[in-house]
Design a protein around this ligand. Sequence first.
Ligand SMILES: N[C@@H](CCC(=O)N[C@@H](CS)C(=O)NCC(=O)O)C(=O)O
Length: 313
Amino acid sequence: MTSIKLFHLDFYYFLFFHYVYYPFIFLLVRLLLLKSNLFPSKTHWPQPILHTLPYSHYCEKVRWALDLQNEIYLERPHGLMTYAPFSLYYTQAKYRKVPILVLEDNITITGSTDILLYFYEKYPDQYKWLYPNPEVKEIERYLDVQLGEPVMGLIYAIFFNRQNTHTLSCWRSNLERNIPDWESLMFNVIARDFRFVIESNQGPFHSDIKIFLDTLEEVFSHINKLLEERTYLANTSHITAADITFASLSLPLLCPEKMEDLYIKSSDFPRDFQKIIEKFRQTKAGQFALKLYENERTRGNQVQIKKLTSLNA
Ligand SMILES: N[C@@H](CCC(=O)N[C@@H](CS)C(=O)NCC(=O)O)C(=O)O
């Protein structure tokens, strides 16, 4: 059995990504950081720097909270093929995902919930609206896993499905924009093969989609129930981290119009999935999230990479 697995193509992709591709980009990033001022550094920008995949729902969660508070920060958007070496670089190879927040002296906070907690603990007066009661954290923890992970799995499964080549070019034109050109180039060169990596991590797509959807329906009906008696999820009179977590982690399922510049229009999804989006939108929970996007998602102060380059010049 082991020898079959060993000669499986996925295994070579795994080796390639972890021992050739990531280290190569890691060294490239290091070199660029040393040799140029193309990248944000504290000398050029004293505010926190948020490294993101611009369309990631976990990154959206952080952006939403910071924008609502009018926080000044810089967003450094990355591509799907290049975010990991940056995260590894700033965390001394301890963490590979985004979002990460880089503070003075390159102190780094990882993960959306810890970033929100950092602001809440550092500026308790300004950010007390985020965690006004203990239930907020409970709901947030539940959603981070039960909603965030299946949504992410589902989106990868749909867009990196080998049966449908259209979805990959849709991903390329919608999601690998607003990032530095060299990062989108890396996507063009390598994304086709990235399917093997995702498949080797997640198993065959078609069966997973059903599992993801079942979990998501369960979460939505749990939220529907909460909303029968509440205006906001943690029984408050105003938005909290729990509401932001639910709405932002549902972003890829609901495709709110306000976020089309960062994400994908529902009409660009495969036809079958458009029906699913519509179904989730029609639920009480879906309506709640869409209303939050409409009324309480301010688009903020973050400075994007294009502006940053001129800032550094
Ligand atoms: N629990 C983390 C999850 C972060 C996460 O999974 N981020 C995704 C982007 S949506 C990622 O970086 N995935 C890449 C990977 O797993 O290497 C959070 O709340 O920030």
